[in-house]
Design a protein. Structure first.
Length: 164
């Protein structure tokens, strides 16, 4: 199951999976404010690719974590990918709030979308109420953003639900 609130993002994802056998991935339009479209303890792996970081309000992020925990089976995993504060594109963006605020929040001036940029320590502290960190992978490589090349720095983390 793959979902997004943007029809444009869904179409882009469908086009990237043209070689996937039909029926392997179901795409649907869904708004996360309505929770995750899955029953309790029904998911083995949840992939959050650059979604969590757009939840600027800490209360919304807390609900997001609780929903992920709700749908994941006890031995399931959550793969969370986001941009690090050192990402060259986001480092060039204006900050959303106080320049000393942690975690840092920046606004993409091209699309007006805010992002929270966590260090690994900040992410561990935030996720610790619901998940335990299992694996970390950092990547730094050139990437195109709004027609220009930047050194993109991403943090991919694998989490397991904490025991109740």
């Amino acid at each position: 199951m793959a979902f997004d609130s943007s029809p444009v993002a869904l179409e882009a994802a469908r086009s990237r999976l043209e070689r996937t056998p039909p029926g392997r991935v179901a795409f649907s339009r869904h708004d996360l404010r309505d929770g995750l479209p899955a029953g309790d303890s029904t998911i083995d792996l949840a992939v959050d690719s650059f979604v969590y970081k757009h939840q600027v309000d800490p209360r919304v992020r807390r609900r997001h974590r609780a929903e992920a925990r709700r749908v994941l089976r006890p031995n399931a995993r959550l793969l969370l990918s986001l941009a690090e504060p050192e990402d060259a594109y986001y480092a060039s963006c204006p900050r959303l709030a106080d320049r000393e605020a942690r975690p840092r929040a920046a606004v993409d001036p091209e699309v007006g979308v805010a992002s929270v940029l966590f260090t690994l320590d900040e992410l561990i502290q935030e996720m610790g109420d619901t998940f335990e960190l299992e694996r970390v992978r950092r990547q730094a490589k050139p990437g195109l953003m709004h027609g220009r090349w930047y050194l993109r720095r991403t943090l991919a983390t694998m989490w397991r639900p904490t025991r109740c």
